[in-house]
Structure formats: C-alpha cells, structure tokens
Design a protein around this ligand. Sequence first.
Ligand code: SAM
Length: 306
Amino acid sequence: MSSAQRVSEQASATAVEVLENSACPQKIAPSGSYARGDAEADPGPGLLVIEEELDSRVQAEGRLQRLLRPHLNDPSGGLGYHLRALRFRHSLWAPYIATVQRWLHDWRPPTDTLVVVGPSAGYALDAAFLARFRSVRALEPDPLARTLLRRRFAQIAWHFDRLDCLHDGGGPGALAAAYPQAAILFANVLGQALDPALLPAWRGALADALRLHHWASWHDVLSAGTAPLPADDLDPAAFRDATALARALWRTAVEVSDHDTFALAPQGRALASWRIAPAQWQVVEWGMHRPADAHSAAPPAAQVRQ
Ligand SMILES: C[S@@+](CC[C@H](N)C(=O)[O-])C[C@H]1O[C@@H](n2cnc3c(N)ncnc32)[C@H](O)[C@@H]1O
C-alpha cells in the first residue's frame, strides 16, 4: 500500500467513526477535483522509432490517467454526500431510494459479474439485487464510501478496481475491454461526476463500445431549487428533449439546470424525482441497454439457403 493510500485509508477510518457517532451532521464545503493530464502529445518531426517511443509513453500516461485517485471530497460525492445521506436517507430520500431499488429489481442482466460505477456507499443499492451476482466489482474513488459499502453490504464480496472510466470519452471502450463478460451499472454518476463536455463522446461510445454488454444507468437529468410536479408517472419517451420535460415539470418560470443526460440509455426508460435536500430537487432518469438477441437476429446462413 502506498503512503498516499495509507493516509486516505486512515482518514476514512476516522471519518467512519465520526459518521457513526454523529447525531448532528456538520456543514462541509465540498471541494477537490481530478488532476486531468494532457493525453495528447505531439511527437513532432523525427524518426519512426522516436514516434513509437512517444506513442508507448503516451499510452502509458493514458493508462495512468485512467487510474482512480482516492479522495474523500468530491463535488458529486465524498464526505458532504455521506453526511446528507445520514441525515435524509430515511426521510426525504426514501421515495427516490424505493424507486431505484424497484428499477434494480426489475433489471435482470444474465451475467455472473456486475460492475458498479460510482456506488458511493450504496445508499440507493439493494442487497438482494447485488446478491444475484457471483462477483461484484466497484469503481469508486472515495475510500470512505468503500469502507461504508463493505459494512452496509457485508454479505457481498466487494472487489474495488482502479479503472477511472470517467476520465475521457473512451470510458465505455475501456470498460468493455476490462470487463468483457460483465453487466455495467452507472449508479447516478453520469449526470454528476462525468465532465459534461465528454457527454457527446460518451453517447456515441455507449452505443458503440458497449453494444454487446448489458448496461444500465440512473442519472440526474434536471435539477432545481423549486419542487417539480410529480415525475414518476411520466414517460420520458413522450418528451422530445430535456427542455420539453422541464416545461412539463415546472410550469412557472424557475431556474432549472440541465445535466445533458436526457435519453442517455435507450430502453426501459423511466423517471423519478429526488428531493436531495430540503430546498433542492433532482429529476432522475433510468434506462438500460440489452444487446440484440443473437437468436432473434437474422437467421443463420444455412436456413437462408434452404
Ligand atoms: C452521487 S454519488 C452516487 C450515488 C450512489 N450511487 C448512491 O447510491 O447513493 C456519485 C459517486 O461517484 C463517485 N465518482 C466520482 N468520480 C468517479 C470516477 N471517476 N469513477 C467512479 N466513480 C466516481 C463519487 O465518489 C460518488 O461516490
């Protein structure tokens, strides 16, 4: 274990103690961001061998940049998120959590392995859902979340991997290569922790690189400081875009943030609203992708010839 990892594990152990003994959450200012290196390098004019060396160096740097760096504070999670969960998960969050658990219950990918991207401490995850898989792997940079996840779902043999699939537009391809046989679950991470500038590339890459995978995502689509009308019974497919959805959910003039994730996943789409704090609401979308069934695709050549 590196000294940085040791420090972060110690910090997380202390934070678990604070969280478990805390009756009154403190106000924490979220901070922290990823160091995003420059993946592009111009080898300039020169011999082929130099270009090859540079290529392999760039590739090695790319791999390093795709390594999750542990941190306790994150704009989309971290300590502030755990304290909010401690305070609201049995009250304000309860209807949203029940809806996510129903979505997960109904999602039945036929795989032994599940990869969860951004589980945090699994506040919206469900033990019976996780227990369906022989192997559950998680990509989560927050060491406190990992400790809490192990405690909250003690019967699951968690494997924590270090791929940072959100680092660039090649994330879906990196996931497909690292987990060729797994189902992938994006656990309310794509509308929060993914740089919005990467979303256009992600939309294409999800449809292309993960076309043979079962994958699903629930993600923030819209957020506002004013309550939306009930979203749960609306069919997202009935709305042309996020603006049309926002108009239906807030009939008065209010400021609504668009997370650019509307219709990210093609099938089984559904909506829920999440009162994440007393004066903050998120509209969350669920969706999944089921690979085309080989048996229902074009008939085999032998049959065609007959
Ligand atoms: C809003 S939280 C997810 C909520 C959670 N699934 C739940 O059930 O409550 C977003 C999570 O994404 C994590 N995250 C941030 N960057 C990430 C990355 N590059 N890869 C995977 N997870 C990441 C954060 O640490 C945080 O735990």
